[in-house]
Design a protein around this ligand. Structure first.
Ligand SMILES: CC(C)(COP(=O)(O)OP(=O)(O)OC[C@H]1O[C@@H](n2cnc3c(N)ncnc32)[C@H](O)[C@@H]1OP(=O)(O)O)[C@@H](O)C(=O)NCCC(=O)NCCS
Length: 240
C-alpha cells in the first residue's frame, strides 16, 4: 500500500459513525458500511439465500452477505422498519423495494450499500476498492481517457490513489445508470473532471441509449482504512 495515504480514516477514528465515511454529500442518501465483525450474527433473508444460490464459494457467500447486511442497514435508514430482502436481477443488479434506488459493493472485508427514495434521487451507485499498487500505465489506460490519464500521472506521489479514485468513481457511475434501462456501457462513455479542492468528480456521460444529451452526475469520494469509497448520484431525472 502506498505510504502517501495519510488522509485515510481508520475505523477507530470515525467517532461520528457512518456519516464520516459516506462519500455522499447529499442528505437524502442513506449509506451503510459493514465489516466482517459487524456482520457476525447477520442472517440472509430466505429469498436472498435463494438469490445467492447453493453452489457458491465461501468468499462469494461472505461478500454477498456483507453487501446484504449493509443493504439492510441502508434500507432501515430510509425508513424500512422490517426485514426487507434485496434480490438480484438478471445481470446481478440488486433489486430494491418499489420507490427505492440503491446500490451495493464489497471489497477488502467490507460491505457497503446506499439507499434513497427515487423521488429524491433518481439513480445512485456505490463502490469500494482497496488501494493496491497494481495500477500500471497499461491498466490505467483501460479505464481512463487521455485527459484522465494525464491527471492520474501528474501527481506521482498520489498516482495509485488517483487511479483508484478514478476507477472506483467510474464503477459507481455504471452501477447508478445500469438499472435505469439495463444498458451495459464501457468506461469511455464517462468523462470525469476532478472537483477543485475535493476528492470527488463531476461526471459527464454520453449514453445515447439513455439520453440524447449529456448526463451530469456528482461523484463523491471518501478514504477509509486503505480503501477508496465512491458514490455517484443523479440529482434530477434524465432528460430523454
Ligand atoms: C458490474 C460491476 C460494476 C460489479 O463490480 P464488481 O467488481 O464485481 O464488484 P463490486 O463489489 O464493486 O460490486 C458488486 C455488486 O455490484 C452490484 N451489481 C452487479 N452488477 C450490477 C449491475 N449490472 N448494475 C448495478 N449493480 C450491479 C451487485 O449488487 C454486486 O454485489 P452482489 O452480487 O453481491 O449483489 C463490474 O464488475 C463491471 O462489470 N464493470 C464494468 C462496467 C463499467 O464499470 N463500465 C464503466 C462505466 S463508466
Amino acid at each position: 500500500m502506498s505510504g502517501t495515504l495519510s488522509t485515510f480514516k481508520n475505523p477507530s477514528d470515525t467517532q461520528d459513525g457512518w456519516q464520516a465515511i459516506s462519500p455522499f454529500s447529499n442528505p437524502m442518501v442513506a449509506f451503510a458500511i459493514v465489516s466482517e465483525k459487524d456482520a457476525q450474527g447477520f442472517a440472509l433473508h430466505p429469498l436472498e439465500e435463494q438469490a445467492l444460490g447453493e453452489a457458491v464459494s465461501p468468499k462469494r457467500r461472505k461478500d454477498f452477505t456483507l453487501g446484504r447486511a449493509a443493504a439492510r442497514q441502508a434500507l432501515e435508514r430510509v425508513g424500512f422498519p422490517v426485514v426487507t430482502p434485496v434480490l438480484r436481477g438478471e445481470h446481478r443488479e440488486p433489486l430494491w423495494p418499489v420507490g427505492v434506488v440503491g446500490s451495493i459493493a464489497h471489497g477488502g472485508g467490507y460491505g457497503v450499500a446506499v439507499a434513497a427514495w427515487q423521488q429524491d434521487i433518481p439513480a445512485i451507485g456505490v463502490d469500494i476498492q482497496q488501494v493496491e499498487e497494481r495500477y500500471t500505465d497499461e491498466l490505467i489506460a483501460r479505464f481512463a481517457d487521455p485527459d484522465e490519464f494525464d491527471w492520474v500521472l501528474s501527481d506521482p506521489a498520489h498516482r495509485t490513489e488517483r487511479a483508484v479514485r478514478l476507477f472506483s468513481a467510474k464503477e459507481s457511475v455504471f452501477k447508478a445508470l445500469y438499472p435505469l434501462r439495463r444498458v451495459w456501457f464501457a468506461f469511455d462513455v464517462a468523462h470525469l473532471t476532478p472537483k477543485e479542492g475535493e476528492l470527488g468528480f463531476s461526471a459527464a456521460v454520453r449514453l445515447p441509449a439513455l439520453s440524447s444529451g449529456i448526463i451530469h452526475m456528482d461523484v463523491g469520494i471518501s478514504l477509509f482504512d486503505g480503501h477508496v469509497v465512491s458514490g455517484a448520484w443523479l440529482s434530477k431525472p434524465i432528460a430523454m
